[in-house]
Structure formats: structure tokens, C-alpha cells
Design a protein around this ligand. Structure first.
Ligand SMILES: Nc1nc2c(c(=O)[nH]1)N[C@H]1C(S)=C(S)[C@@H](COP(=O)(O)OP(=O)(O)OC[C@H]3O[C@@H](n4cnc5c(=O)[nH]c(N)nc54)[C@H](O)[C@@H]3O)O[C@H]1N2
Ligand SMILES: Nc1nc2c(c(=O)[nH]1)N[C@H]1C(S)=C(S)[C@@H](COP(=O)(O)OP(=O)(O)OC[C@H]3O[C@@H](n4cnc5c(=O)[nH]c(N)nc54)[C@H](O)[C@@H]3O)O[C@H]1N2
Ligand SMILES: [Mo]
Length: 753
């Protein structure tokens, strides 16, 4: 056994608690943001403050005094940091040097403060006029050759107002190339739900959480990814509600939770047991597990099948029932990795419930069969009539704080989802009608040279996307790369022939235009729109708002396209909200009057009222094409997030809740698999993707750790392991990269002593 395995320690027994409070204090201190950060935190997720820049979870009408979680506080500290990117950084380091820095080291340089322009050898400071003129002339040149060769990526954080302008810029430019982080995330949901229930988003609100008595949680690391949801879940548990969890990993935050806002729990060191049953399926085994659940309910709990609802509101129940009858238990057990008795116990819990909510995250969406798996979850809920009823429904948990909203205001590569006729009427130009590029098609286009220009409104596309090595290799051949960003990240270090980095205001910072303080808005995961305004002084007087930047570009790139009031909009964001309302009058009725109401206002959601906007006018049971899960080859690899990261933003190297300290270069393996391969914990291994398409994809130097994970399944961190994911390995139908089921082999790198 190597003698340096100390980085694995006993994880805490519960999430939240004192550890969470210490972590918040530490990061505020380290980032030199103690004063500004502490004051800002009290305004976080309040109707007179700002919407947290971390996750998209719902913001209650009556917030707690501290309506933020440990991770939200870290995100605030990260944005309000006292650190600034040194102005001589690129004079002292080449981009090749900086490519060797970690994601953490790069972002920990602090906030970007000045526009940067690539001069062919390095980035140099530019004035705003130089930068905007330079980008505009490159964009006009590219447009004159081929308006389809430029891509407009959005990362899910920018406001509804900025996003509306951005999609209009792309369409005025001449394409629908509007990939969004959603293409790597919940696009599976947006594809799975409309044919089933006629809406592309979840159907539950926070009120439903108060009336639900049974939660089924699939593939969502609640305690890390949307920790504020633990409060309503804990309250539900205290009323006796049950929580059945499906996750290959025993995630701390789904097991025990100590509420940092409950003096009783903090003083007594008590906690609430969260999951009443915890099942650990194989990776990608949920489609089979859900088939087992549905089968057990049809066959053993006919009283739990809501026949009246099925008759009045649905189609396809009989086909599903027939299909389930042909699925054998041994096959269900094998494919799910779960035992029949455990699935039957979960089915009984479902049968005893009066209102069920089905919650899920990336553990369902980032799989080859993700669309069908989400539809199986919908089938389960529909069987019991658990959609369109108080306390029940489906709850996809969105990631970025405005990712759902960006889709709502037209950021989409699918022309049929954008109100193109309306845009034509309002702005007097002909929007393009052909399909644009999503994330996968953008990667393919960069690799094959058909994409020439890339603009990123936030995010770290190159690092978040699949096939890192191939993409990085091709990226520098782009004619133009532009990043609107708050922090320096690895994606910026692969400049195209012309390249710019534009530093922008963060959401927590005060945004004044024409001396008037501006508000913006977002949509949360439950379909509520909220107002938000900055509360702290900007990191630099040089920073511009995303709206200002997009409008300034549009004025120079497409001044002659239609009649679009870019000038007016960038001076007064209320005018943008009026334009959004004019574009979607039903969704955004009285937008300016309502968006600052405590708790926000809700979008119309026909499925909540049992109105089904499907072709048949009914909710649809959908039968999958099988229940096979990915074949281990010899292992199935998933990429995971730690509690010290927000996507590619890494706050610290530790994964506190999983007991891993000081490193992210690890691979978590079942003890039996380690023994079988004669690998000792701590030894260095090489992971190789086993999809043979002519490219070798490997990540080396990962330390193997013994972990409670089903045999045949292994886990490593995103984004360090993205090089293992072929760009063509994605969910059927939605094209979300299958980041959670990569076939790999594992071997020792030289024998460590
Ligand atoms: N702190 C923090 N918060 C975040 C983020 C962050 O990086 N850090 N990212 C934000 C974003 S953009 C998003 S999309 C969300 C992501 O939040 P989640 O949806 O929670 O995504 P992950 O953490 O990638 O993985 C979720 C869980 O899926 C499990 N899982 C993997 N494969 C399977 C499977 O086959 N079946 C089942 N049942 N489970 C599986 C993993 O063990 C893991 O616990 O969080 C958002 N919030
Ligand atoms: N292997 C693997 N890959 C994944 C995933 C996975 O689970 N596994 N998850 C996928 C998912 S769910 C998602 S959503 C994507 C995320 O992909 P992205 O959204 O592209 O990535 P982020 O890491 O969120 O982007 C971080 C950068 O955003 C910039 N930024 C931060 N705040 C602001 C702001 O207010 N304005 C602007 N303009 N810029 C800002 C900063 O410069 C920062 O470096 O990654 C996907 N990739
Ligand atoms: Mo996401």
C-alpha cells in the first residue's frame, strides 16, 4: 500500500450543520470579501435583493433571514472577491504556461477588469472602443462569407433581458446557432416532457412541497447541487413524509441534514434523516428500476393505479401495462443492479402515498437513454395520477440560475421553439428558419472547421463540453473567439486568430445606466420569474453590463437589420421587459408591474391544470425501447461534482462530503474491483475510453480510491475527466453528452512502491 493515501478521510455524517457555517466564513475571508460579502448575503434571494448566482432552486415568497446555503454563499464570495487579475499577467506568462494552471488557480486570480485583445502572441489590454470595433469588424467579415458559421453560446446565468437581446442578435446576424449550457444538462427534460405532458419544464412549485407526502429522488445530489431544497424536504420529513432515493453513490446530503438555521439542531448536533429508503442502482440502471416499480404497482397494487385519471386524461396506459408484463424480474434486477424485494418495497411506499413528487437531475439526463428514463418517471407519476394535483408532480432540478429562463426567452437552436413570426412583426426583419447548432453540433463544427466564430455569453464552453483534447486541438483554428466573462478560465486560453475577452458586471453588482439603477430578472426551476438588482459596488469602473455589451455589438454588427431599438434598450432595461412581454404576452403579462413581487410570478403551466398540450390533447404514457443499461466495458464511468465547485469553477480541491481532501485527481472504485485488478488504494491509474472511433481518449495519473459504489461503476471529477467523453456519445433525442456513462478500462500506471 503506498504510504500517501491520507487524502481520504471519514466524511461528515450529515450535511449542513456547523461545517457549512465554517466553510462560508473561510471562503469570505480567503477572498477578501468578508465585509461586502456578509452584507450582500442578507440580500440574497430576497425580493428587494438579488437572485443567487449559484443554482436555480425556487425562491420562497417569505424568505428566511438567511435565504442562502453554503454553496450560494461561496458563489457570492467568489464574485465579490477582493482579488483582481494582475494587469501584467499576460506579460509575465504565455497562454501555454497558463494552460498548465488548474481551473482553481485561474479563477482564483480574481475578477477580470479590462477588455483584452489577442495580438497574435499574447493578450493585451484594449479600450472598450477598440474591442467592440475589432469584434464587430470580424463578425461582419464572417457574416459576409457565411452567417451560419458563427455560434452564440449562453451559459445559463445571464438575465432574461440580456438573453432576449442575445437571441435577437444571433437571429439578426442570420442564424439560430444558440447553444446553451442546457444542451449539456436538462435538454433531455425539454425533449422528454412535451410529448408526455405537453410542457418542457417541471410542474411543481414550493407549495406542492408542503403538501407532498412521498418524494422519489433520482440522480440528483440535492445537498450539494440545490441545498436550499433540503429545507422543504426536512420539513416534509418532520411531518412524516417519505423519501425514496435512487443514486449509485451514498450522497451525504441525501442521508442526513442538520439545518444551520435551526438553533435546536445546531446546539444539540441533531439532524434529520432524509432518505427513508436508499437504493444504489448501476449507472444508467434507472430505466430498468422504473420499469420494476411500474410493474410492481400494476401487478401488486392495483388500488394505487388511478384508473379514473387514466381514463379521462391519458393515452397509452394499456400498451405500457402489456409491455411491463413482458419484462422479467431477473432482467430488471440485472439491468438496474437492484433487488426485486427493494423495488417492491419502494413500490409499496408509492402505493401508500397520497401525493408524490418525482425529483431528478443529471443522474437521469446525462445518459444515452436519458429521454426514455425521464419518460419512465413520468409514466410512474401518471399511473398514480400524480401530475396536475396539489402536492404532486414532476420536478427536474435545473442547474444554472437562469438556464430555464434563457430557453423561455428564445435562446434555442430549434427554430420551432422560437416565436419567429412574432419577431418578424415586431422588428421588421426575416429571422432565419433553419435549425441552428446545439452544443454537440458546435463541437462537431469546430472540429471539422465549419464553425469559424464563437461568442460565449458567460461560461467555459471548451472546458464543459465533451472531448476536451480534440476540441482544444481545433479551437485555435477559429477565426474569432469572444468571451464575455467575470473570471479568467481555461477556455479563454485557446484564442482564435482574432480573440477578445470582455469583462462584465456580475449580477450582485450595481448596474447603472444613464445614472439610473437597473433591475433584471430570472426564471427559477419551478417556473417563477423574479426581479434582481445588484447590491455592491462593481469590481472595477471599467466593467460593462452584459446588456450593454450585447447591444453595443449589435449596433455595430447588424445596424441595418430590421428596426431594433438597441440604444433604448441598453439605457432602460424596463423597455426590454416590455419587448419580452410583447413577444410572449401570455407568459409575461404585466411583466414590469409584477416581476418585483415577493416570490415572483408564475408562468402559465397547462399540465398543472391537467390541460395537456400534446398532439392528442391527453397525457401520454410512453413505452421505452428496452431496459438495458450500459454494458460495463469493463467499467462504466461517471463524472461527478464536489461540494467545492460550481461546474468548472472550483473553489477548493476538497470534496468534503465524500471525505476526499486536497485533490481532484482521483477515481472512485468498488473495493472488489480494486482487488480484482490488484490495485491498491492510492495507486495511480490510467482511465481509457473504450469507444473505438479511431481516437484514443485517456486520462492518466488518477489515484484509485475505494468507495461505496456498485461494482463495475467508477466515478471521477468533471471537468478534469471530460477528455474521456467522445463528442458523439450523447443522449438519444436530446444530444446531451452521456457524461454519466462512459465505457472505460482502467489500468495501473507504472507500479507505485
Ligand atoms: N454546488 C454546486 N451546485 C450546483 C452545480 C455545481 O457544480 N455545484 N451545478 C449546477 C448545475 S449547472 C446543475 S445542472 C446541477 C447539477 O446537479 P445534479 O443534478 O445533482 O448533478 P451531478 O452532481 O452531476 O450528479 C447528480 C447525481 O447523479 C448521480 N448519478 C449519476 N449517474 C446516475 C444514474 O445512472 N442513476 C442515478 N439514479 N443517479 C446517478 C450521481 O451520483 C450524483 O449524485 O447543479 C447546479 N448546482
Ligand atoms: N463531464 C461533465 N461535463 C459537464 C457536466 C457534467 O456533469 N459532467 N455538466 C454539464 C452542465 S450540467 C453544465 S450546465 C455545463 C456548464 O457549462 P458552463 O456554463 O459553460 O460553465 P461554467 O463553469 O458554469 O462557467 C464558468 C465561467 O462563467 C463565467 N461567469 C461567471 N459569472 C458570470 C456572469 O455573471 N456573466 C458572465 N458573462 N460570465 C460569468 C466565469 O468566467 C466562469 O469562469 O457543463 C456541462 N459539462
Ligand atoms: Mo447544468
Amino acid at each position: 500500500m503506498p504510504d500517501d493515501v491520507p487524502f481520504q478521510s471519514d466524511p461528515p455524517t450529515r450535511a449542513g450543520g456547523w461545517g457549512a457555517l465554517h466553510a462560508v466564513e473561510r471562503i469570505l475571508h480567503e477572498q477578501g470579501a468578508l465585509a461586502a460579502g456578509s452584507a450582500a448575503l442578507l440580500k440574497q434571494n430576497k425580493h428587494d435583493g438579488f437572485a443567487c448566482v449559484s443554482c436555480a432552486w425556487a425562491k420562497p415568497r417569505e424568505p428566511r433571514t438567511a435565504e442562502f446555503c453554503e454553496n450560494g454563499a461561496k458563489a457570492t464570495a467568489w464574485e465579490l472577491t477582493g482579488k483582481r487579475v494582475p494587469r501584467d499577467l499576460f506579460a509575465r506568462h504565455t497562454v501555454e504556461d497558463l494552460q498548465r494552471w488548474s481551473d482553481l488557480q485561474l479563477e482564483d486570480l480574481g475578477r477580470l477588469t479590462h477588455p483584452l485583445r489577442w495580438d497574435g502572441g499574447t493578450y493585451v489590454e484594449a479600450t472598450w472602443d477598440e474591442a467592440i470595433d475589432g469584434i464587430a469588424s470580424a463578425l461582419r467579415r464572417l457574416r459576409s462569407v457565411d452567417p451560419k458559421a458563427t455560434v452564440f453560446y449562453a451559459s445559463g446565468r445571464a438575465s432574461l433581458e440580456a438573453s432576449y437581446l442575445y437571441q435577437l442578435l444571433a437571429r439578426a446576424y442570420g442564424n439560430n446557432n444558440l447553444p446553451d449550457s442546457s444542451n449539456m444538462c436538462h435538454e433531455t427534460t425539454s425533449v422528454a416532457l412535451p410529448p408526455a405532458i405537453g410542457v418542457p419544464v417541471g410542474t411543481v412549485t414550493l407549495d406542492d412541497f408542503e403538501h407532498c407526502d412521498t418524494f422519489f429522488i433520482f440522480g440528483h445530489n440535492t445537498g450539494v447541487s440545490s441545498p436550499r431544497m433540503l429545507h422543504p424536504l426536512k420539513e416534509a420529513r418532520e411531518r412524516g413524509a417519505k423519501i425514496v432515493t435512487f443514486n449509485p453513490l451514498k450522497e451525504r446530503g441525501l442521508m442526513e441534514f442538520a439545518d444551520p438555521q435551526s438553533p435546536r439542531q445546531m446546539l444539540s448536533r441533531a439532524s434529520t434523516t432524509l432518505s427513508t429508503q436508499y437504493l444504489q442502482p448501476r449507472l444508467g440502471g434507472d430505466r430498468a428500476a422504473l420499469a420494476g416499480l411500474c410493474k410492481a404497482i400494476f401487478e401488486r397494487h392495483p388500488e394505487a393505479v388511478d384508473r379514473a385519471f387514466i381514463a379521462e386524461h391519458t393515452q397509452g396506459a394499456r400498451q405500457l401495462e402489456w409491455w411491463l408484463a413482458t419484462q422479467s424480474w431477473p432482467q430488471i434486477e440485472k439491468q438496474s443492479g437492484l433487488e426485486r424485494a427493494d423495488l417492491e418495497r419502494a413500490a409499496r411506499t408509492f402505493a401508500d402515498a397520497s401525493a408524490v413528487i418525482g425529483i431528478y437531475g443529471m443522474g437521469l439526463t446525462q445518459h444515452r437513454k436519458g429521454v426514455q428514463t425521464v419518460q419512465m418517471l413520468t409514466n410512474l407519476l401518471l399511473m398514480g395520477g400524480h401530475i396536475g394535483r396539489p402536492g404532486a408532480g414532476i420536478c427536474p432540478v435545473r442547474g444554472h440560475s437562469n438556464v430555464q429562463g434563457q430557453r423561455t426567452v428564445g435562446i434555442t437552436e430549434k427554430p420551432e421553439l422560437a416565436p419567429l413570426d412574432r419577431l418578424r412583426e415586431l422588428y421588421h426583419f426575416e429571422p432565419p428558419r433553419d435549425k441552428g447548432r446545439g452544443t454537440v453540433e458546435t463541437c462537431e463544427g469546430v472540429i471539422d472547421g465549419s464553425v469559424k466564430g464563437f461568442i460565449g455569453l458567460g461560461g467555459n464552453f471548451l472546458r464543459a463540453a465533451p472531448d476536451t483534447a480534440r476540441l482544444e486541438g481545433a479551437w485555435r483554428d477559429l477565426e474569432l473567439t469572444v468571451h464575455v466573462a467575470t473570471k479568467l478560465n481555461r477556455g479563454h486560453l485557446f484564442p482564435g486568430r482574432a480573440a477578445f475577452i470582455l469583462p462584465c458586471l456580475g449580477r450582485i453588482e450595481i448596474d447603472r445606466q444613464d445614472d439610473i439603477e437597473q433591475w433584471v430578472s430570472m426564471e427559477d426551476s419551478t417556473g417563477f420569474f423574479h426581479g434582481s438588482h445588484g447590491v455592491t459596488r462593481p469590481a472595477s469602473t471599467e466593467l460593462r453590463s452584459e446588456i450593454d455589451i450585447v447591444a453595443a455589438l449589435a449596433e455595430k454588427v447588424v445596424p441595418d437589420v430590421g428596426r431594433i431599438p438597441w440604444q433604448t434598450w441598453k439605457r432602460d432595461y424596463a423597455q426590454i421587459r416590455s419587448a419580452i412581454e410583447a413577444t410572449w404576452p401570455d407568459v409575461f403579462r404585466d411583466f414590469n408591474a409584477r416581476f418585483r413581487e415577493p416570490g415572483g410570478f408564475h408562468r402559465p403551466l397547462p399540465a398543472r391544470e391537467r390541460v395537456w398540450k400534446t398532439p392528442s390533447g391527453k397525457a401520454q404514457f410512453l413505452v421505452p425501447d428496452g431496459i438495458e443499461s450500459p454494458t460495463p466495458a469493463p467499467f462504466t464511468f461517471m463524472t461527478i461534482r464536489s461540494d467545492n465547485q460550481f461546474n468548472t469553477t472550483v473553489y477548493r480541491l476538497d470534496d468534503h462530503y465524500r471525505g476526499i481532501e486536497g485533490t481532484r485527481d482521483v477515481v472512485l472504485m468498488n473495493e472488489r474491483d480494486l482487488r480484482r485488478l490488484r490495485i491498491a488504494p492510492g495507486q495511480s491509474v490510467r482511465v481509457r475510453c473504450e469507444i473505438d472511433d479511431g481516437f484514443v481518449r485517456e486520462v492518466s495519473g488518477l489515484r484509485a480510491l475505494a468507495y461505496d459504489i456498485p461494482a463495475g461503476c467508477v466515478a471521477g471529477y468533471y471537468p478534469e475527466c471530460n477528455a474521456l467523453v467522445p463528442v458523439g456519445h450523447h443522449a438519444e433525442g436530446s444530444h446531451v453528452p452521456a457524461y454519466k456513462s462512459i465505457p472505460v478500462s482502467i489500468s495501473l500506471v507504472g507500479a507505485t512502491p
